[in-house]
Design a protein around this ligand. Structure first.
Ligand code: NAD
Length: 364
């Protein structure tokens, strides 16, 4: 069977790191006997240069035809790049927001893993980092405060701004189901994060999550308030498996959790819709400061490829093989500059991709 993967390499380091992710996927195809067919598409700054807009209708249609989308990152230097002199709706990031919306991607998954070999990069105290952690933050991506009605106007002569936070039970149910489904493939624990002591949306969130939990008796559910969760992420991150939360809380907590791993170039992400379709991309940006130098870390892009295999193509063994190859390359002492430490061997982006591809094998 042939799987069709739409590929958006994007801007900055995007083309370099996605090339390495494709190298590893090609190796998976070879080892496991699959055929992956790629369709390369433009989005972001490179699409502005080619077509005058960050995302064309043809690109959206091609993504919809594919089984999944593998993406690098988009955008340039926001102070110097001419892309940022354009009106907001024609800038690179507008393309990404439009693509997420057009594809109905409502669930954003960000695994935050502290690899034993990279403990020294962790910003937490040693007694905490020694325990390691492996959590996945599932953030609702298309509702809540960022998409509610907003306006700024004078009220009784005082300039006043209003943002609206709204969730309906269907929006909550579909992301809760995703969280429990993902937890079933992991350590079977869900932490639902809200602010139910204050917000009505959070009280509805809690109620609906509890209803969904009844269909997953093997999964342990706990509720936590967002402020205390922010503390727990730095105090005892090992306690978390899958964390599910609304858009703004997820935005903040996922950056916090990413930061404590200490290495942005290691973290993949997935955005899913109601089917198995998803868009897979590194959590970091296009890093224009290091683009074109063969020094970017391709591991986040390679692990995004592993998530694509796991969630869109249902290839668990293949995804395990990629993740094991990444762990092996770290255990063998290879590092890109961003995660370099004493006694390790420094390699470039392309060599890191080759070393990981070489370590992909069956039965990992
Ligand atoms: P960034 O994530 O691109 O870079 C932050 C720092 O991390 C830089 O020092 C960079 O060199 C480093 N870094 C990031 N990824 C790395 C990797 N794989 N290997 C080694 N080092 C890495 O964030 P920024 O500088 O704030 O943003 C740059 C551009 O990226 C902006 O145009 C921004 O809008 C865009 N951006 C895009 C996405 C996306 O495509 N989803 C996400 C975030 C930012």
């Amino acid at each position: 069977m042939t799987n069709h993967i739409a590929v958006i390499k994007g801007d900055g380091i995007g083309p370099e790191i996605v090339t390495e992710a494709m190298k590893v996927l090609d190796r998976v195809a070879e080892v496991f006997g699959h055929t992956f067919e790629y369709e390369q598409l433009l989005m972001g700054g490179c699409s502005i240069d080619a077509y005058g807009e960050p995302l064309t209708d043809d690109t959206i249609a091609a993504c919809k035809r594919a089984d999944a989308v593998l993406m690098g990152s988009i955008g340039g230097n926001t102070t110097t790049s001419p892309w940022y002199k354009l009106p907001a709706h024609l800038r690179p990031e507008a393309g990404l927001l439009k693509l997420r919306k057009s594809l109905g991607l409502f669930a954003n998954l960000r695994p935050c893993v502290l690899y034993p070999e990279l403990r020294r990069a962790c910003t937490l105290r040693e007694d905490i980092s020694e325990q390691g952690f492996d959590m996945l933050i599932m953030r609702e991506l298309t509702g809540g405060l960022y998409f509610g009605e907003r306006h700024t106007e004078p009220v009784d002569g005082v300039m006043t701004a209003v943002d609206t936070l709204k969730y309906d039970e269907n929006e909550i149910r579909r992301i809760a189901i995703k969280a429990f489904e993902v937890a079933m493939k992991r350590r079977r624990k869900v932490t639902s994060v809200d602010k139910a002591n204050v917000l009505d949306t959070s009280r509805l969130w809690r109620k609906v999550v509890e209803e969904v939990a009844k269909d997953y008796p093997e999964v342990t559910l706990e509720h936590a308030l967002v402020d205390s969760t922010a503390m727990q992420i730095v105090r005892a991150p090992a306690q978390f498996d899958v964390m599910v939360t609304e858009n703004m809380f997820g935005d903040i907590l996922s950056d916090e959790a990413a930061m404590v791993t200490g290495s942005l170039g290691m973290l993949p992400s997935a955005s899913l819709n109601e089917t198995k379709f998803g868009l897979y991309e590194p959590s970091g940006g296009s890093a224009p400061d290091i683009a074109g130098k063969d020094i970017a870390n391709p591991i986040a892009a390679i692990l995004s490829g592993a998530m694509l295999l796991r969630y869109s193509l249902d290839m668990q063994a293949e995804a395990d093989a990629v993740e094991a190859a990444v762990k092996q390359v770290l255990a063998d002492g290879y590092r890109t500059g961003d995660i370099m430490s004493e006694g390790c061997t420094r390699v470039g982006c392309a060599e890191m991709g080759t070393l990981i591809a070489e370590r992909v094998k069956k039965g990992a």
